[in-house]
Design a protein around this ligand. Sequence first.
Ligand SMILES: [Zn+2]
Ligand SMILES: [Zn+2]
Length: 423
Amino acid sequence: MAGLIPTTIPNLGTGHEMALPDRLRDDVRELEGDIIRLRHQLHRRPEIGLHLPETQQAVLGALSDLPLEISTGTSCTSVTAVLRGTATAAGSGPAPAVLLRGDMDALPVREPAAEFSSTIDGTMHACGHDLHVAMLAGAARLLSAHRDALCGDVVFMFQPGEEGYDGAGRMLAEGVLEAAGPRVQRAYGMHVIAGNLARGQFTTRPGTMMASSDGLAVTVTGTGGHGSAPHRARDPISVAAEMITSLQTMVTRQFDIFDPVVVTVGSFHAGTKRNIIPEQASFDATVRTFSPAARERIETASVRLCQAIAAAHGLEADVRFTTEYPVTANDPVQAEFAAGVVADVFGADRFTPMRTPDAGAEDFSRVLEEVPGCYLFLGACPQDDFEAAADNHSPLAQFDDSVLADGCLLHANLAIRALQDIS
Ligand SMILES: [Zn+2]
Ligand SMILES: [Zn+2]
């Protein structure tokens, strides 16, 4: 499987008469065609979940000629690559390390036929993770050509299973933060956005950037009976319906509107026929919060509410709150640092401060719980009217190749400058 063209590396990093930022900018243009080709290759062969064998092979192929220490996951098809910087002073103790992350998995979405569209029916890179892989592989190549600018080591985290499989949690358990030896001291990632952000714009914010995502699953058990005689049965449907309504009342009456929560019941199942009271009714909700405090409180409050409503009507309820991804929170200093790097590399007009957090969730949150760092969004909408464009996860979501080189360049600059900061 063809990776990035191996012969490009000797041509990079040679313009020593130029300042480093200009050399990086020149070199990424050299790589751009290869980065785009890799993205198209990945886009045609999307894979879902924690096991992405073809994607893993494509990444290994793209990195094969680079001076990296590569390991692969045992509980998932992750790839971890370590690049040793050579600007570190000898004998000054272990070099510091920073982490750059790209997620790799696709979604169960059927993509309409188009240029380089998916050849796997019902599977699509509808969240743009193919761009993330290509940008990170490009950054590995670019930084490999500029090891002499790295005052420490870079860990490249190619992660499967972001879309609800907690691939980040698996990679943390397998030691990705210690891949270079000493634990990484900074971590950065970025996500391309198909709609609602202009092409080429970077955005992020200090503190909470994305929501936590948890689940509330409830099964109400009553006693079945004839629809004409509810007093001789125990109707689980009316009780479950009361829970669903009361959950919204709970949101407005028990939670601060300036620390919002979202509870959405996305599935409800009960019954077979209108004149039969069933034994059971069940529903499933997604729960989003924007602070660890609200997250902790809503678990207790929602479980208590559902159990108490069931008890009030003399029925049983099995109520399960399952935690998924925590709040994605940027370190305030690192958010400012990343915004500064964007402004410095691309110009201040390429950075849009993010006014409010996004209610989506992201398992890079697990890395940011452990290491100060920053997650950014990068607008990748091909059309100028980005507000009318389809969002990520839509079968109509489109991501423009023109942002790949800039994403790659930002990765490289974040790593170089973060290591300078630490040293
Ligand atoms: Zn997604
Ligand atoms: Zn995504």
